[in-house]
Design a protein around this ligand. Sequence first.
Ligand SMILES: O=C(O)CCC(=O)N[C@@H](CCC(=O)O)C(=O)O
Ligand SMILES: [Zn+2]
Length: 342
Amino acid sequence: MLSDLMINNDFLAYTLANPTQLPAAYDFMLGQHTRVEVLDTGVIVFSPATASKDIVLSCAVHGNETAPIEICNQLISDLLNQRIIAKQRVMFLIGNPAAILNKTRFIDENMNRLFSGAHSKGEGLTHPERHRAKMLEQYVAGFFNANSDRQRIHYDLHTAIRPSKHEKFAIYPYRPGRAFSGEQMMFLADCGVDTILFHHEPTTTFSYYSSEQFKADAFTVELGKVMPFGQNDMSRFAQTHTMLEKLITEPQLTPVEFDPGKVNLYKVSRSINKHFDDFAFSFAGDAENFSAFSQGEVLATEGGQQIMVQHPQEAIVFPNANVPIGQRTVLCLVPAPNESIL
Ligand SMILES: O=C(O)CCC(=O)N[C@@H](CCC(=O)O)C(=O)O
Ligand SMILES: [Zn+2]
């Protein structure tokens, strides 16, 4: 198995050949400059001798979101074959290998609702996605806790189920008492991610876990629309790929001052959760993310009640009526002022 990885430098293939576990963790050196640790299936760390940032890049928390997997695998391969050399410490996580093989968002349960301990609540540590979420938390904790003096970054890379008026956007997890980082938002804008959603409450997502537990600059980053392997137009991800490569390989990035003209800012006005099986949206099934509706319009119905637009305008993102009772069906957004940005 080790020789397969070494010959092909194809970490994704190696991960998918061992979707539940590896025979053993192992490590090796790349030249004299980088220590590589393969900690588990889909978990690989590159550590140069010195660094100022500890960076987590995760993909496939949803198994069918293939473009982020391709971006990460290319970066891993370029590091392994030494086309590029890490100047920052970086951990790649391929979240849910079994769901990649299954070509589905998840197998038993949406893994991006299982972080910050949710994996062990309710029914407890039952199926493999709950175990994997717990393990991913432990890998992130071990990675960040190894250094206290470095900038911590976590980009959890996704693609959205439906098309979006803003093709690339990021969710900034709720962070009471902590200013939003203009520098981070400018980095994301340079990645082509020109739209930011400020979350309004704690969640059980992977990015919230890193943000809250380790004070990381953490985001869920949506890079486009879900496509099967082989159908991604990788030219649409070139800008993101280039910036992630720079982040990993440059000792220092020149900070860019926050420019509100470069980003669209929204804040989450509310998360509409499902309470009844008959929950149904009132808008067209093919409405794009960021479609806006006016006050008084009916967004959804359930249990004989209408759920109306509450602000002069609300835009919607991630509408999905097909979720278990209690989970989010849609996020509603209103424009955000650029306050609290440093
Ligand atoms: O397109 C969709 O409906 C879902 C895309 C997706 O997986 N989004 C993430 C967002 C996580 C967050 O709010 O930070 C998710 O739903 O898990
Ligand atoms: Zn996703």
